[in-house]
Design a binder for this molecule. Structure first.
Ligand SMILES: Nc1nc2c(c(=O)[nH]1)N[C@H]1C(S)=C(S)[C@@H](COP(=O)(O)OP(=O)(O)OC[C@H]3O[C@@H](n4cnc5c(=O)[nH]c(N)nc54)[C@H](O)[C@@H]3O)O[C@H]1N2
Ligand SMILES: Nc1nc2c(c(=O)[nH]1)N[C@H]1C(S)=C(S)[C@@H](COP(=O)(O)OP(=O)(O)OC[C@H]3O[C@@H](n4cnc5c(=O)[nH]c(N)nc54)[C@H](O)[C@@H]3O)O[C@H]1N2
Ligand code: SF4
Ligand SMILES: [Mo]
Length: 735
């Protein structure tokens, strides 16, 4: 038996941990953290260690599938699937135009660096701009707020050097996301605490990261705009802000001060169910520190007013001057990213919405977060000629993940062509005309670039050092299988449809901090290798890819010091903390009779708030079918405070019905003393279509079904209320 252990990159989640993989006869059998990886230093989580089970999962598709007229599936060679799909897409485009074709790259397009570039390149080749990503149902507020506030071209303070850090509705120790660098966040947090970091957490749940916090605020969900406005109120009232920075680089300060004047700590505390001095203290601690940022996560972005929350947070970082100045070292001058070209100056705001494609079905269009994925189902169900008729999903699962599950199912049924690139017959794949069986991560080369590149759009995210890793393919696909790479699927379609495939750098407008990359033109005569595609799309990286490949355990390429340059002498640009739309949204919150608004739901006994959360051993809809990860519990509990359970006469394990203004789902009650009273905390992407509801104890239930995508949605990004959802809870009869 041929056995070897080699370093690689875990791609179970987006964190790209450095791992060691033991390979026996071409198949992975054991995964551990790689102690010789300089950034991750031996870290791995239970999911990563189960990569061998994921690769060998009995439900894994080893052949692409085609739906028969009776709804069953048969294996189809991937080459023939591409012939047929190219034909069908071609027909739809000829009859209805390219706009009838949409692409949805979901979570599992992330681990494969060439997938999105090739998929989007194929769409552009077709002439369709209808690319919808999960960004618009994740943290769209970040993109919008950054656009309308403007960017600081010197970059932000980073976690490892900060003396204060503010986390609002994120849990990076579990999610590996949210402002603590993804490379071993628990080690970084422990080191920061030793160094004297003050951590402030605002979350209705006392999360894993909150256990390390110096101050935890546990508010009602959905009140983050008021809490942040009150924090700004205190910082401005007590003149705790950085006046020199604000004078030199900030516009709109007077308007902001005016807008937060009525948001006293007492007012916000009453709304949020906090004590006023908790807000006073958080504000003073944050503002008096020298370095550090506030970072929000999915919770407040999914609650109403996510753009405003993110905007007020940027305003707080800005007036506290949490941006790098001339002469300071740049934490990550680039590894697989192009070289940083930082300057101590603002880049003026740009529109956050209102440009580019518009939907036909609803008054929504493109925003800085892309097209409104939360409304894509409407665009498919729309009765007009210009509806979307074909959808290609790369590693995404709309039926599990999109808001308004029942509408999503109707939309998937209505499509003339649904193609999923998925490793199994997931909830959406089960409705597809074709399911393309992909190679899995350890069977293809990998790059750490996605974890590095997230800084391009999210403040205080990504690697705080120029770290990069490349992994060759370590394993061979299962014997007798016909599995392909996503990029090769789009290449195959482009070739059959007779056009040139070009991969454009992603979000070039966001790349202002860095030098640019060139588009990569695929050779349509001789199919490239994945390594050649990687080399092509990584053009312009500061460290050449070939150099990165020489360091199999990954390397921090810190041999160069790039400092933040002085501002251009003629630079007039300023960061805007007085955006009129955002401040009007804030004024409307102040004006709303929130007690009256709430009573509508209270009359219906919807006195609980359903909040989003992530659980350690699942990754959206993945991982929940791996026995050794779930250890007998394959559902998503409905976590509630023990006193709430007692009040409802419920015990752990009882079946409950959870009812929003839109729909009802079943759940299994679970006690969670770390929750605020009145909150139900449940993970998303569980369950399946309604015909499987009786299996709630085996598969959990889908919280997306409770979401009404046309009520309480953001007018710019279309994200509906996906957290802080008013719900009623009652005991359910047996199923
Ligand atoms: N293990 C695991 N890791 C994951 C994922 C997974 O499914 N499992 N998913 C990945 C994905 S796709 C993403 S986008 C990231 C997300 O990463 P995070 O944003 O860190 O996501 P969560 O861990 O769900 O943290 C959200 C927090 O918001 C809180 N919350 C809910 N509503 C509100 C509110 O109105 N206000 C405030 N202040 N807090 C609120 C919740 O209690 C919860 O603790 O995680 C990624 N990582
Ligand atoms: N109610 C509610 N809804 C939410 C959220 C929430 O917190 N609450 N979170 C939202 C967020 S942040 C996000 S990002 C979205 C996620 O939305 P999606 O990305 O659409 O959902 P996933 O379940 O991650 O879909 C991943 C799919 O990829 C498949 N897959 C697994 N491995 C591979 C692989 O190696 N290759 C390929 N090609 N496919 C693979 C899986 O089987 C699965 O079907 O959900 C959103 N929806
Ligand atoms: S955190 Fe993510 S990348 Fe790291 S080992 Fe776990 S699943 Fe893999
Ligand atoms: Mo996400």
């Amino acid at each position: 038996m041929a056995t070897e252990t080699r370093p690689s990159i875990c791609r179970f989640c987006h964190a790209n941990c450095g791992i060691l993989v033991k390979i026996e006869d071409g198949r992975p059998v054991r995964v551990t953290g790689d102690p010789d990886n300089p950034a991750y230093r031996g870290f791995s989580c239970a999911k990563g260690r189960r990569l061998p089970e994921q690769h060998a999962h009995p439900d894994r598709l080893l052949h692409s599938q085609k739906r028969r007229p009776d709804g069953s599936y048969e294996a189809i060679p991937s080459e023939r699937a591409m012939d047929e799909i190219a034909d069908r897409v071609g027909n739809i485009v000829r009859q209805h135009g390219p706009r009838a074709v949409a692409l949805y790259p979901g979570t599992y397009s992330g681990p494969y660096p060439a997938s999105i570039p090739a998929g989007v390149g194929w769409m552009l080749g077709l002439g369709s701009k209808m690319v919808f990503t999960s960004a618009a149902i994740d943290q769209p507020g970040k993109h919008v707020a950054t656009a309308i506030h403007g960017r600081w071209l010197g970059g932000s303070h980073v976690f490892d050097e900060s003396d204060v850090w503010l986390l609002i509705g994120n849990n990076p120790l579990i999610s590996m996301s949210g402002g603590i660098p993804p490379s071993n966040p628990s080690r970084r947090l422990r080191e920061a605490k030793r160094r004297g970091l003050t951590l402030i957490v605002i979350d209705p749940r006392r999360t894993e990261v909150a256990r390390f916090a110096d101050q935890v605020l546990q508010p009602r969900a959905g009140e983050d705009p008021s809490i942040l406005a009150a924090i700004l109120h205190v910082v401005i009232r007590d003149a705790l802000y950085d006046a020199a920075f604000t004078d030199a680089h900030v516009a709109g300060f007077a308007a902001l001060a005016d807008a937060v004047a009525e948001f006293t700590p007492e007012y916000a505390a009453e709304r949020a169910g906090l004590a006023a001095d908790e807000i006073e203290r958080a504000a003073a601690t944050f503002a008096r520190a020298r370095r550090g940022c506030g970072v929000a996560g999915t919770g407040p972005n999914m609650a109403p007013h996510g753009n405003l929350t993110e905007y007020l947070l940027l305003c707080l970082n800005t007036i506290c001057g949490r941006w790098r100045r001339a002469g300071e070292r740049v934490p990550n001058p680039g590894a697989l990213l192009p070289r940083a070209t930082p300057k101590a100056q603002a880049q003026r705001p740009r529109p956050g919405w209102g440009r580019g494609e518009q939907l036909r079905s609803r008054a929504l269009g493109n925003s800085a977060a892309g097209l409104p994925t939360g409304a894509l189902a409407d665009e498919i169900l729309y009765e007009g000629e210009e509806r979307i008729r074909a959808l290609v999903c790369i590693g995404g699962n709309p039926v599990a993940a999109w808001p308004d599950q029942l509408k999503t199912i109707r939309a998937m049924e209505k499509l003339e062509l649904l193609v999923c690139l998925d490793m199994k017959m997931a909830a959406t794949a089960k409705m597809a005309d074709y399911v393309i069986a992909p190679r899995l991560s350890l069977e293809v080369p990998g790059l750490s670039v996605s974890s590095e590149a997230i800084e391009q759009t999210y403040v205080a995210h990504g690697y705080p050092e120029p770290y990069a890793q490349y992994s060759p393919a370590l394993a061979s696909p299962p014997e007798g299988s016909d599995v392909i790479e996503e990029w090769a699927f789009f290449y195959g379609l482009a070739k059959r449809m007779g056009f040139q495939l070009i991969a454009y750098p992603i979000r070039p407008e966001a790349g202002v901090l860095r030098e640019r990359r060139e588009p990569y033109v695929f050779d349509m005569e001789k199919p490239p290798t994945t390594d050649a595609v990687f080399a092509g799309i990584m053009n312009g990286s500061r460290v050449p890819l070939t150099e990165v490949t020489h360091h199999p355990h990954g390397k921090i390429f810190a041999d160069e010091t790039i400092l933040v340059a002085e501002a251009d002498p003629d630079c007039q640009d300023r960061l805007d903390v007085g955006n009129a739309d955002m401040l009007a949204e804030l004024a409307a919150i102040r004006a709303e009779s929130w007690a009256a608004l709430r009573s509508e739901d209270e009359d219906a006994a919807r006195v609980f708030q359903l909040v989003s959360r992530r659980m350690p051993n699942v990754y959206n809809s993945s991982g929940r079918d791996i026995d050794r990860l779930q250890r007998g519990r394959f559902y998503n509990p409905a976590f509630m405070h023990p006193e709430d359970l007692a009040l409802l006469g419920l015990a752990r394990g009882d079946l409950v019905e959870i009812t929003s203004s839109h729909a009802s789902i079943l759940g299994i009650a679970e006690s969670a003393p770390e929750l605020r009273r009145g909150v139900v905390s449940m993970a998303h992407c569980f369950g399946d279509a309604p015909e499987h509801d009786a299996a709630v104890r085996e598969i959990g239930s889908n919280t997306g079904r409770l979401v009404d995508n046309e009520r309480d949605f953001d007018p710019h990004t279309g994200i509906p209320r996906m957290s802080a959802i008013p719900v009623a809870i009652s005991r359910a009869g047996a199923v």
